[in-house]
Design a protein around this ligand. Structure first.
Ligand SMILES: Nc1ncnc2c1ncn2[C@@H]1O[C@H](COP(=O)(O)OP(=O)(O)OP(=O)(O)O)[C@@H](O)[C@H]1O
Length: 238
C-alpha cells in the first residue's frame, strides 16, 4: 500500500498489484461534483478496508473497479491489466474470470438453489471452473460446509434461507474458483456484531487460503481491525 493509506506492516509480493489506482476521478453527470479517489496499490493476497461516510463514493468506487462505470480521469489496474482499455466484451470476461463480488443486497438468483447460486461463476468462467478441478459442485459443497450452511439447505431456493445464510451463499459464490480479487460492498449491514465479526473472519480466512485480495467497503470503521490496510474516502462532495 502507498503512503496515503493507514496500513499495518505486511509483507508485499512480487508481480503486478491486485489493485492499482492512479489519479482516479468520476462524475455522475454535469450537475454532480467530481468525486476524487485516493491513489492506492494493493498487493496480491492482502485485504483492504475502505470506509467513509454516506455519500463519499464507496459504491461508485466499487462500480469503477468492477468496470461497470468508466472513470473521468485516471487509471485502474487489476492484476496488471488496465480494465478500462479493454473492450466491453473482454472486460466482462475479465470480471467473470478474476473478480468475485458480494453486494449489499447479495444479488443471488432467486429461483436457483443455494448450491446452483454458488456454482454460477463456474458456468460463466472456464478459468474458475478449471480452478475447482472441473468439479464446481464438489467445491461449492466444500465452501457451503465451511460457511456452516447445513446440507439440508443446499437444494433449497435462496429465498427460503435466512438473510445471514443468503449472505454466506453470496460469499461462497464470490470465493468459488479462487478469483484473485473479491469486491465486497457492505455485505454485513444486516447482521448483529457477533455474526458480522464471525462472517468477516471466515471470509478473510478463506480468501487468505486462496491468496485472494479482498476490498471490503463499509461505513462502519469498527470493522477495520480485521484487515491489513484501511483507507478513508474523503468528504461528501459539496
Ligand atoms: N446513479 C447515480 N446518479 C447520480 N448520482 C449518483 C448516482 N449514484 C450515486 N450518486 C451520487 O454519487 C455520490 C456518491 O454515492 P455513492 O453511492 O457512491 O456513496 P456511498 O459512499 O456508497 O454512500 P452510502 O454509504 O450511503 O451507500 C453521492 O453524492 C450520490 O448522490
Amino acid at each position: 500500500m502507498n503512503s496515503q493509506s493507514e496500513s499495518s506492516a505486511h509483507s508485499s509480493q512480487d508481480g503486478p498489484a491486485a489493485i492499482e489506482i492512479t489519479s482516479l476521478t468520476f462524475r455522475w453527470d454535469n450537475h454532480e461534483p467530481t468525486i476524487s479517489f485516493p491513489d492506492l496499490s494493493l498487493p496480491r493476497g492482502e485485504h483492504l478496508f475502505l470506509h467513509g461516510s454516506s455519500g463519499t463514493g464507496k459504491s461508485t468506487f466499487l462500480s469503477l473497479l468492477a468496470g461497470m462505470l468508466p472513470p473521468a480521469t485516471g487509471t485502474i489496474g487489476l492484476l496488471g491489466t488496465n480494465i478500462h482499455q479493454l473492450s466491453a466484451g473482454k472486460r466482462d470476461r475479465f470480471r467473470a474470470d478474476h473478480i468475485g463480488v458480494i453486494f449489499q443486497q447479495f444479488n443471488l438468483v432467486p429461483y436457483l438453489t443455494a448450491e446452483a447460486n454458488v456454482t454460477l461463476p463456474c458456468r460463466l468462467s472456464a478459468l474458475r471452473r478449471a480452478a475447482t478441478g472441473e468439479n464446481p459442485t464438489m467445491e461449492a459443497q466444500r465452501l457451503l460446509t465451511a460457511l456452516a450452511i447445513p446440507e439440508s439447505h443446499w437444494q433449497r431456493k435462496v429465498t427460503q434461507l435466512s438473510i445471514g445464510q443468503q449472505q454466506r451463499i453470496a460469499a461462497a459464490r464470490a470465493l468459488i474458483g479462487a478469483p484473485e480479487i473479491i469486491l465486497a460492498d457492505e455485505p454485513t449491514s444486516a447482521l448483529d456484531s457477533e455474526n458480522r465479526d464471525r462472517f468477516i473472519n471466515l471470509l478473510l480466512a478463506m480468501a487468505e487460503a486462496r491468496n485472494t485480495s479482498v476490498l471490503f467497503v463499509s461505513h462502519d470503521r469498527a470493522l477495520a481491525h480485521h484487515f491489513h490496510h484501511q483507507i478513508q474516502l474523503g468528504q461528501v462532495p459539496a
